[in-house]
Design a protein around this ligand. Sequence first.
Ligand SMILES: [Zn+2]
Length: 108
Amino acid sequence: MVVDQVADGLSLRERVTVPGSASGADQPGSLAGGVRVTAHGPVLPIWVCAGCGSPWPCRTRRRELLIEYEDAPVSLSIYMASCLVSATQDMGWEPAGVLHRRFLGWLP
Ligand SMILES: [Zn+2]
């Protein structure tokens, strides 16, 4: 009897977990609110792309950011500047000019 209850508890937990994974598989890269999740996010503290291994922001992520911030270029500049500050702290060995070009030099 006790064993049956434990088994029921386990199967309940599985039932709770599986639908979340299934809905994620239905819409890869998307959240319920329509916000797109990129595979090309930064891996910290080394700031390489999780999607392609290039220095972040990689070519793909730059293109995505330009589209995402099409109507808010100032916000994109502020976001990238904040990333530059974090990256400068994380990668003290990298010359500041290189990081500046990498994070801000491609902005329109
Ligand atoms: Zn990438």
